[in-house]
Design a protein around this ligand. Sequence first.
Ligand code: HEM
Length: 143
Amino acid sequence: MPSTPLYGFSDTSYKTIGEEVGVRALVDRFYSIMASQRDYQPLFNLHPADLETTKDKLSRFLMGWMGGERTYQTAYGALNIPMAHAHLDVTPALVDNWLNCMRQALAELGHDAKFSDYLIQQLAIPAERIRLVSQQHQNNHQS
Ligand code: HEM
């Protein structure tokens, strides 16, 4: 008998995280961890000084990505996630920092470990794509 996946279909992830309030809480925790821990300073320093817009952008993006309302585009216009990061030099270490910081935020908020593992696995896919496009962009601009 095929097993039913726990997450990743329809809006199950969005419901599990606690919808908009849950996504915004995650993004707030993600950035407060990033701001306060020494290991994350190289990642944090790439961000604008005023984080409010970045937090709102990431929250809206993640809401749609998890199967909830797609409000990023109405608020900010079209988005291509790898291109939005192409101006950055996204190294493998920064990818690890980003995913670890997100994992820590999920754990601190008490989310179920299976759900958190699932989300991190899924987030690793766009993260790797961001790294590849960023590296291609850096190479093109060096030569
Ligand atoms: C792979 C490692 C990542 C790094 C180093 C990184 C870094 C950053 C930085 C520094 C910004 C602010 C850019 C600026 O204002 O100039 C940003 C914005 C953003 N990031 Fe990432 N990020 C990563 C992964 C991700 C992933 C996996 C997602 C989503 C699945 C994501 C979604 C976003 C969004 C939606 C924005 C706002 C983009 C915009 O509207 O301009 N990022 N990121």
